[in-house]
Design a protein around this ligand. Structure first.
Ligand SMILES: Nc1ncnc2c1ncn2[C@@H]1O[C@H](COP(=O)(O)OP(=O)(O)OP(=O)(O)O)[C@@H](O)[C@H]1O
Length: 303
């Protein structure tokens, strides 16, 4: 049994609202998975269930084969949630040491500070940290227990470029030690670079599950861009264009399911067109397409 988390037919309701609906999901050991979805899709609800912070209305949650509320399971799980509420009077080092003492085999405080990029702030009081530094502290507290499973709810919100780079380096180091990571984020470029797997929720349902490239391919749309002398009406009339945007100085951008047809027609209409680019849809394009309200039937591609 290689599953670190297993949801079976899991439904979570809040009054009349169904936040998660009949969800089946397994997280495999060592994977870095991104749990994505629009606001209100059910991501935080899923993380809360993995942490044993709430119980499902129906179905089961197993974490490392056990109830997520058991003490042994909790000792193996680290979490970085959206809000951090810690004793402000302690120094960063004191607080990290306090958390380390709660776990059976923690890493050293110095290592947690290095992984989170907080070595220089070790002696500073928690109350004096900036917003981005507080996120780093939250990361240090999540990892100091050497978790087997790390759950991160929007970890890079409020982090500057350096903090984000330090964060991703820290994640790479933890993964090399075998840690399984699940994170939620709205920064899809980071997901495309770093995640093994994308789990996409919409309105509490699984709408896609696969590698970032399999999700992009599933949408089957390409981007076509070029600069030309063609007028707006001529560009709109080109065959094979699903959507079209026209920017200044003759730059046009299309999404197309038949890019060859579109490019041939554009070159026939303007043999002098320049800066031609044809690329695969981005993860963001796929996200928008798969979570649009017109999508009714869930379909998963395997990771
Ligand atoms: N404790 C609660 N009581 C009532 N409704 C709740 C509760 N927690 C979540 N919900 C509702 O459940 C739905 C899913 O919320 P959830 O926080 O899981 O979404 P999310 O995908 O994490 O969204 P976001 O990207 O905005 O953080 C939302 O409609 C939310 O309003």
């Amino acid at each position: 049994m290689n599953d670190i988390v297993c949801f079976e037919h899991l439904t979570q309701r809040f009054g009349t609202l169904t936040a998660l609906s009949d969800l089946n999901l397994e997280l495999r050991a060592g994977q870095l998975s991104a749990l994505l979805g629009p606001n209100g899709a059910g991501k935080t609800t899923a993380i809360d269930l993995m942490l044993g912070l709430s119980s499902p209305t129906q179905g089961t949650v197993r974490v490392m084969g056990s109830d997520p509320r058991s003490t042994t399971t909790r000792a193996g799980v680290g979490a970085m949630l959206q809000d951090i509420n810690v004793p402000a009077g302690l120094s960063v080092r004191e607080l990290v040491a306090l958390y380390a003492a709660l776990y059976p085999s923690p890493m050293t405080v110095d290592k947690a500070l290095t992984l989170s990029g907080l070595t220089e702030q070790a002696k500073q009081r928690v109350s004096g940290l900036s917003g981005g530094q507080k996120r780093r502290l939250s990361f240090a507290l999540a990892v100091v227990g050497q978790p087997k499973l790390l759950l991160l709810d929007e970890p890079t919100v409020g982090m500057d470029v350096q903090s984000r780079n330090a964060f991703w380096q820290g994640i790479a180091e933890l993964r090399s030690g075998g840690c399984t990571v699940l994170l939620t984020t709205h920064l899809l470029e980071e997901v495309d670079r770093a995640a093994d797997r994308v789990i996409l929720l919409n309105k509490g349902k699984l709408v896609a599950d696969g590698t970032p490239s399999s999700i992009r391919e599933r949408v089957g749309v390409s981007k076509v861009r070029f600069s030309s002398q063609l007028a707006d009406e001529q560009l709109r009339a080109l065959p094979g264009a699903d959507t079209f945007t026209f920017a200044a100085e003759g730059r046009a951008s299309f999404s197309s399911r038949t890019p060859e047809l579109l490019v041939r027609a554009a070159l026939d209409a303007d043999p002098d067109l320049k800066h031609l680019e044809v690329s695969q849809a981005s993860l963001e394009d796929a996200f928008l397409s798969l979570t649009s309200d017109s999508l009714t039937s869930p379909g998963a591609v395997s990771a």
